[in-house]
Structure formats: C-alpha cells, structure tokens
Design a protein around this ligand. Structure first.
Ligand code: ZN
Length: 203
C-alpha cells in the first residue's frame, strides 16, 4: 500500500508557511515504512531539530481505480479517520530552497500516524467534519473539512490521474493552520467531530 498526501489544501496553513497558493493540489507520497505501528510512540529522529505535527483527515481506498471521475469518486473510499503527517520542517525548508524532493523530510520512518478508522456512512456531511488536536491537554490545531480548497472527491479525481489507487491505500487530505513543533515527552491527542480518535507519545 501507499500513502498519498496533499499539501497546501487549507488557505490558513498556506499563509502561515508563506507558501504560494497552488493552482492544483500539491501531491507527495509516503511509503508503507513510514507508518507508526499500533500503540507505538513517535521517536524524534536525530537528523532534525524541528519535527512538526500536522493533523489531517484521512481516507481509506476500497476500490481499484485510475483516472476516476469526480462524480464517481465517493465510491472509492469507505473509511474516514485522522492522521498526523509528521514533517522535519528544518530539512524540508533546506530541500525546498535547493529545489530538491521532499522525501527525506516527509516520508521518513515514523512520519505517518494513522488513527482509528470510522465508516464513512457514520458521517452526516463529509464536507462538514470538525477535527482537532490537543498537545499536552491544550488545543493546538483545529479545522473543518468545509475549509479545504479541494474536497475529497476532487482530490481522488486529481490523484488518480497520476497514481492508480489500490485497495488499502490511504490519502492524507492536508492540514489546517496551527502546525507546530513536538518535543520529547509531549502527548498528542486527536478528535474527530469531538470523538477521541488517537493518542500518541513523543519520545
Ligand atoms: Zn501534511
């Protein structure tokens, strides 16, 4: 399986990192080796002094598809959840400034937390999902899927132009504003529509 991630999908996050507003979604991939195993902590790697959390709504692909039309996209995912796209921000800025690929900063071991999956049918409106994250008990990030520049169906259609989607693939749909640094000892907790979804310790 693979993880397909979307960058710059919430305007407030685009401006906090002083990035250009994209004309089409920014897409990158994480390999399956980036996934944190169930109930394991996140270990800060020694090649970064600034690991950021990015809370994101994630989708699980349930059907093989290529060049999927927007109007059919909703049949290609059946589960929704929350994840963290851990990012070595210092390394990413360095790579970006040299025009180099982001993989070392975005796709390293442990860079993907996948929380609990919820059946899509349990959501009344997929374009109105509230999600948030607490760090050590205080709110640090919150968003609503209505704030996305490209919604789930538009993302699936765009991604599948370039990458065949396979059963079990996961899509990270982008982060809202409020990204920040993690330190050893921090505890992160994610909520979707006010329901607890994951908890992870930083080591
Ligand atoms: Zn992200």
């Amino acid at each position: 399986m693979k993880i397909i991630c979307i960058g710059r999908n919430y305007e407030d996050h685009v401006s906090e990192l002083q990035n250009e507003r994209p004309d089409s979604p920014v897409i990158f991939i994480k390999p399956d080796s980036s996934i944190i195993l169930k109930n394991q902590p996140f270990f800060i790697p020694d090649y970064s002094n600034e690991i950021n959390y990015e809370i994101e709504v994630i989708l699980k692909i349930c059907k093989l598809g290529k060049s999927i039309e927007k109007k059919f996209a909703k049949t290609y995912y059946d589960k929704v959840g929350l994840g963290i796209d851990f990012t070595a921000r210092d390394l990413q800025f360095e790579l970006k400034s040299k025009g180099l690929p982001w993989e070392k900063a975005k796709a390293f071991d442990g860079s993907a937390l996948i929380g609990n999956w919820i059946n899509k049918t349990e959501f009344k409106n997929l374009n109105d999902i509230n999600f948030s994250m607490n760090k050590n008990g205080s709110l640090v990030q919150k968003g609503n899927t209505s704030q996305m520049m490209w919604n789930f169906d538009e993302l699936i259609s765009e991604i599948s132009k370039f990458f065949t989607l396979k059963i079990g693939d996961v899509i990270f749909t982008g982060t809202p504003a409020g990204v920040g640094k993690v330190n050893r000892g921090d505890k992160l907790e994610g909520f979707i529509n006010n329901n607890h979804n994951f908890k992870i310790n930083i080591k």
